[in-house]
Design a protein around this ligand. Sequence first.
Ligand SMILES: [Zn+2]
Ligand SMILES: [Zn+2]
Length: 169
Amino acid sequence: MLQLDVGMLKKAPGDFQPFNLSAVLPSFELQGESMNFPGPVKANLVATNNDSTIVVEGEVSGKLTLNCSRCLDTYDYIFEVPFRETYAQASQDNEGEVVSFSGDILDITPEVLNSIILSLPMKALCREDCEGLCPRCGCNLNKSRCDCSNEETDPRFSVLKKLLKDTNQ
Ligand SMILES: [Zn+2]
Ligand SMILES: [Zn+2]
C-alpha cells in the first residue's frame, strides 16, 4: 500500500513534505480481468498543507502486466504518470474533488490505481510492430515462423486461380 504519514504535516499549515515511496501493490480487477504488478510501484511526491486540505502531487511509476491485444501474450507495460490529489480530514465539510481521510495516515493507493488505469492504452500492444498470431495456425508470429504465409490465405482465391488456369488451357 502507498501510504503517507502526514501526522506532522497536518499540524503545520503552509508546510510541505516530500515522500519517496516504493510499494508492492496487490493485483486489482479491471473489466473482469486481474491486473498484476510484476514489481514495486514507486511514487515521488510532495504533500503540501494548504490549511484546510493536503495536496499531494508528483509522479508514480512502475510496471503492469498487460495482455497484448494482437498476439495475446503478456508483457510489461511501463508507466510513468503524473499524480495530483487533494485530501481533507473526514470531519470537514468537503466540497468538490476532495478525498476525505481520517487519522495521520493518508492511503493514496486507490487514487494511484486510478491514475494508472487512466494512463492505460486503448489497445494494449506488446510492441508497436507486434505481428500477432497467424490467422491459420495460431502461432505467435513474433516468436516463430510458420509455413502458412507461403500458401494462399484465402481458399476462395485458390479456387479462382485454378479456374483461370483451367480456362487458359
Ligand atoms: Zn503482441
Ligand atoms: Zn501459421
